[in-house]
Design a protein. Structure first.
Length: 386
């Protein structure tokens, strides 16, 4: 193998692929990057830890003198190429199994990683959905805060994708909060419509890749029942991940149907009030935020009391028909995350009893673009002030 290419282009490809390489593994090859140079002046860089794989290809500025492939130490190779001063870099295999990297006045010789590199899975993505990169980033950023971080239920450590004609819905839920966002999408093939779960780690990487491509560039998401994989096709880059299995929460049954009490709130003012009161919060103690919705005064009262101190504040609301006085004890972080995730100026809060979930939705009743659910804590005697 012997090729020359632009240093910046190889650096970018390695940084992206390296994110899928294993940090530690009994199989040394999984910690490395597979470099492949084809006779058609095409370079392919692959990182794959058997759960998530990222493969990126480029041909601009590439000159392949001798086709071939090798596995290089991923992180070290990235660091070397990134620090080279020359505009172009030459990478070639020597006769003793090492790889030589030349750029500017620098030259490095690295030992390649022996052993078989696993085949990159192929997915028959005849069932696929297309979505603009900017919309995909928004979907993940608006929902992923609700992903479960403890693996007591592995299915909740991912996001559930549901594809319907011209629509894509993403739901995350950790059992205490739920976040849903949906947007227009283009489906192709005879899409079965069965929901599938993608690991949160894979979606974070997919979001990172999508955030650096053009906003209107189409991302093609394909699934395969046979291989149990999901593939994200970006311009020049492919990310593939195993899907999670399990009984994800049933969205249609979890959403409260009896939340008939409604108030409207200025999202920014409500967020600012929550942020101020949260200044006295302590993560270790997890003191509840007491929220009182008072339709008569058209205010939301917030109170937090911790060992650090006490805080009281209010935010204005507009009470709708049926709104009643209610007091809730909730995790302030859940409310902050939900209010920061949506971009509406005015949000609609629906509720019923103080032990049932509070819903945050768009102002318009016919707008179903997002939904956030927060499960309140049960009041203890101390919380009630008894």
């Amino acid at each position: 193998m012997d090729f020359t290419c632009f240093t910046q282009r190889l650096t970018a490809a390695c940084i992206i692929a390296q994110r899928a390489a294993a940090q530690k593994s009994a199989e040394a090859a999984l910690t490395g990057l597979l470099l492949r140079a084809d006779a058609q002046d095409l370079i392919t860089v692959t990182g794959y830890d058997l759960k998530i794989g990222i493969q990126t290809k480029f041909s601009e500025g590439v000159s392949v003198n001798a086709p071939g492939s090798c596995v290089v130490p991923g992180r070290l190779f990235c660091d070397i190429v990134r620090r080279l001063e020359g505009e172009t870099v030459r990478v070639r295999l020597s006769g003793n199994g090492s790889v030589i990297i030349e750029g500017g006045e620098s030259e490095f010789t690295l030992q390649t990683i022996p052993g078989e590199y696993p085949d990159f899975p192929s997915v028959d993505d005849t069932e696929s959905v297309g979505i603009a990169a900017a919309d995909f980033v928004r979907l993940i950023e608006s929902t992923s805060f609700a992903v479960a971080t403890v693996e007591t239920r592995v299915d909740l450590t991912g996001g559930q994708f549901t594809v319907s004609p011209d629509r894509l819905r993403v739901v995350f839920c950790d059992g205490y909060k739920l976040a849903m966002c949906q947007t227009a999408a283009e489906t192709s093939g005879a899409f079965s419509g069965s929901p599938f779960i993608v690991p949160g780690v894979a979606l974070a990487e997919a979001k990172n890749i999508a955030s650096v491509v053009k906003a209107d560039e189409q991302i093609k998401i394909g699934v395969s029942e046979a291989s149990r994989h999901v593939v994200f096709n970006f311009p020049e880059t492919v990310l593939i991940s195993r899907r999670l299995t399990g009984d994800f929460v049933n969205f249609d049954t979890v959403v409260p149907q009896d939340n008939n009490k409604v108030v409207l709130a200025d999202r920014r003012k409500l967020l600012a009030t929550t942020e101020r009161v949260s200044l006295v919060s302590q993560d270790k103690l997890k003191s509840p935020l007491r929220v009182t919705i008072n339709p008569e005064t058209e205010k939301i009262f917030m109170r937090m009391e911790t060992a650090v101190g006490e805080a009281d504040d209010t935010a204005p609301i507009t009470a709708k028909d049926g709104a009643e006085l209610r007091e809730f004890a909730i995790n302030n972080r859940y409310l902050l995350d939900a209010l920061r995730a949506c971009s509406e100026n005015t949000v609609r809060l629906t509720y019923s009893e103080n032990v049932k979930p509070i819903a945050i939705l768009p102002e318009a009743e016919d707008d179903d673009s997002f939904l956030y659910l927060i499960v309140p804590m049960r009041f203890s005697a101390q919380n009630k002030g008894e």
